[in-house]
Write a protein that binds this ligand. Structure first.
Ligand code: GDP
Length: 364
């Protein structure tokens, strides 16, 4: 999980440690304890020294290159080093490339950069406090903040809604092959583990295979599947499932929908009709983490065209990059509800920003 992102962040951290080590050596060299020079005096003096590099005997000279030593001396104050804008720019240059290569959406990379700049420029770092630790820690906090913007607790939602009405109608949308059917089965299993009763609606009537696939999951889980023939109106299938659930006192209907049709417009029109007619309590978009920016763009498209309440990202276990999980809720403005972490029915993790950040940064 997130192997390549982890490796890149580790290399980035090592590079920062190297930069820090050089700075620290220079700081040690200029700090001569025997002299007992007050650091404030020395700083003022040395800042002047740096400025005087530009002026020699009253004559304006071409600016000389200010070395690492002068620069650091000027930045040292009370055994602290001020993190300057240039250092932050250098850090960001490397970091932005890592994030973009890891499929973090551009607008999210920009947000991370903006926040890092605000948090780092002018910040004082104690001598001995590693620059890399500060940067990685701030990066973690920023990603946590981004992930926590659209919080939603699926379990609480189901529990409180079921007090008001029965059955709940949860509709799953998204393109084929991303793990939508398996995810419906995983959610069914999870709800049953929590003591709820469930029925599945085979609303992808476009492909005969989709109906069979859902039936197979239903058989394995011991859950009834309401189905019509291939080509039937999916609204009618979901409506029947809702009627069945109502009459049998079943708590939740989980409805599959088509992920592909003759044209994108057909698909969107069909999903819009399902929403209009069956009035889902939740419309959940499913896509695979490994699709990167494609998944994020599809989420944006489905949200704009149909309206989604949240996302489930599958195949997170097979994703070396992690950018989709970092970006998708920021881009759609809708929460991630669960992450798919394998092919088994129990491989579904409730979304938790801390869990995700730990998977990305753990050991770095
Ligand atoms: P659908 O066409 O979107 O309904 O996709 P399926 O549910 O048939 O899933 C496609 C493939 O992805 C199947 O082989 C699933 O077992 C697999 N899959 C689904 N979710 C996950 C997951 O979280 N991790 C992994 N590794 N595979 C998954």
């Amino acid at each position: 999980m997130f192997k390549s992102l982890k490796e890149k962040l580790s290399a980035f951290k090592r590079k920062l440690d190297e930069k820090f080590r050089k700075e620290e050596e220079v700081v040690k060299a200029v700090e001569t304890p025997k002299k007992e020079v007050k650091s404030e005096d020395r700083t003022a003096e040395d800042v002047k020294k740096v400025e005087s590099v530009r002026k020699v005997e009253g004559k304006e000279e071409k600016p000389k290159k200010v070395g690492l030593k002068e620069k650091i001396v000027a930045l040292v104050k009370d055994r602290e080093v001020v993190i300057d804008e240039k250092s932050v720019e250098e850090i960001l240059e490397d970091l932005e490339i890592i994030l973009l290569e890891s499929d973090v959406a551009l607008e999210v990379v920009e947000e991370i950069s903006k926040q890092l700049k605000e948090r780092l420029i002018g910040r004082r770092r104690k001598i001995g406090e590693k620059l890399s630790d500060i940067v990685i820690n701030e990066l973690k906090l920023i990603i946590l903040d981004i992930l926590d913007r659209n919080r939603f607790d699926f379990d609480e939602f189901v529990e409180s809604r079921l007090k008001e009405k029965r059955p709940l109608n949860i509709v799953f949308v998204g393109v084929n092959g991303t793990g939508k059917t398996t995810t419906i089965a995983k959610v069914a299993k999870r709800l049953m583990d929590f003591g709820y009763s469930v029925v599945l609606a085979a609303g992808d009537t476009f492909r005969a295979g989709a109906i069979e696939q859902l039936e197979e999951h239903g058989k394995r889980l011991g859950v009834k599947v309401i189905k019509h023939k291939q080509g039937a109106d999916p609204c009618a299938v979901i409506y029947d499932a809702l009627k069945h659930a109502e009459s049998k006192g079943i708590d939740v209907v989980l409805a599959d929908t088509a992920g592909r049709m003759h044209t994108k417009k057909n698909l969107i029109d069909q999903l819009a009709k399902i929403k209009r007619v069956t009035k889902p309590d939740l419309t959940i978009f499913v896509d695979e983490s490994i699709a990167g920016n494609d998944a994020v763009e599809r989420a944006r498209m489905f949200n704009e065209a149909v309206g989604i309440d949240g996302t489930i990202l599958t195949k997170i276990d097979a994703d070396p990059k992690g950018g989709t999980a970092i970006s998708i809720s920021y881009v759609t403005g809708k929460p991630v509800l669960f992450l798919g972490t394998g092919q088994g029915y129990d491989d579904l993790v409730k979304f938790d920003s801390k869990w995700l950040v730990e998977r990305i940064f753990g050991g770095i």
